[in-house]
Design a protein around this ligand. Structure first.
Ligand code: G1P
Length: 300
């Protein structure tokens, strides 16, 4: 088990998925670049990592993902043009994404599952605990989750996963955790994990949502993990082994999240995320809310 003598500083963001649920929009554009109001979905995720104190971000990408690298890099021509126009507001927006964090990229090559994507991060991460953030899960910026997970990991050691209670009919869409209560009302001890259980086989209605703080012992386990659900190397299967044997990489805890989360990989939830975040924006909200109110009363 690796105790953390330093603050956790590295975040890994798997971003090699094809985004087939959003075709044709994702034919030539990575799904992570789809805008949520006026920022690409992936920028919210990087901002969340930075907000929790993680300033070193490794993206695990694949073919056709160059726009991700461009988005988090400088764009001198655009900056020059905005500077000439004296458009400081937009210039700040353009510079914001390149100033956020130290970005690194590694390509996954064969898409062999989430566990395999995380394994691609091993040489970069080394032997310190690290965070994993899945790009499809957007956690509302006002409901901090990752910083709480980092806090729990620093206190307990081992690994920490994010859990959310879902309707029993939904649990088959997620990794599912069997848990025991702890003295903290928002923290549970994870005793078992099953990736996307069949109906009737779920040990609980606690779903894994896409945030993890992991002990580096997970890498050795992932190397040995056979393909599981969907023929893919599953991160959940590796975490299950950690949960079953604390001697390998310390305990696995769960932080139970009760805040707002959107699955931006799902079209309905993607639209809900845009509407909710637009309503709450200071610049767009007042006018948009008024329009939405009249749209709902008059047109629906
Ligand atoms: C992945 C994980 C699953 C987790 C989910 C959260 O599944 O394998 O355990 O519950 O993310 O979004 P995916 O949605 O990529 O199939």
């Amino acid at each position: 088990m690796t105790q953390s003598p330093f603050r956790i500083s590295k975040a890994v963001i798997p971003a090699a998925g094809l985004g087939t649920r959003f075709l044709p929009a994702t034919k030539a554009t990575p799904k992570e670049m789809l805008p949520v109001v006026d920022k690409p979905a992936i920028q919210y995720v990087v901002e969340e990592a930075v907000g929790a104190g993680l300033t070193d971000v490794l993206m695990v990408t694949g073919r056709n993902k160059r726009p991700l690298e461009d988005h988090f890099d400088r764009n001198y021509e655009l900056e020059e043009a905005l500077l000439k126009k004296g458009d400081q507001d937009r210039l700040a927006k353009v510079q914001q994404s390149s100033d956020l964090a130290t970005m690194h990229y590694v390509r996954q090559g064969d898409p062999r599952g989430l566990g395999h994507a995380v394994l691609c991060a091993a040489p970069h991460v080394g032997d310190q605990p690290f965070a994993v953030l899945l790009g499809d899960d957007l956690i509302d910026p006002r409901d901090p989750l990752l910083s709480r997970m980092v806090e729990v990991q620093e206190r307990e050691g081992g690994s920490v996963i994010a859990l959310m209670e879902v309707e029993p009919a939904q649990i088959g869409l997620y990794g599912c955790a069997a848990v025991e209560a702890t003295v903290d009302s928002d923290v549970v001890k994870v005793t078992n994990l099953v990736e996307k259980p069949e109906p009737g086989e779920a040990p609980s209605n606690y779903a894994i949502i896409g945030r993890y703080v992991l002990d580096p012992a997970v890498f050795a386990i992932l190397r040995e993990t056979e393909p599981g659900r969907g023929g893919e190397i599953q991160l959940t299967d590796a975490l299950q082994k950690l949960a079953m044997d604390e001697k390998v990489g310390g305990p696995v805890h769960g932080v139970v999240f009760k805040g707002r989360r959107y699955d931006t990989g799902d079209r309905g939830d993607y639209l809900r995320a845009i509407v909710r975040l637009a309503c709450e924006r200071e610049d767009l909200g007042p006018e948009f809310r008024a329009w939405l109110r009249s749209y709902v009363t008059e047109e629906m």
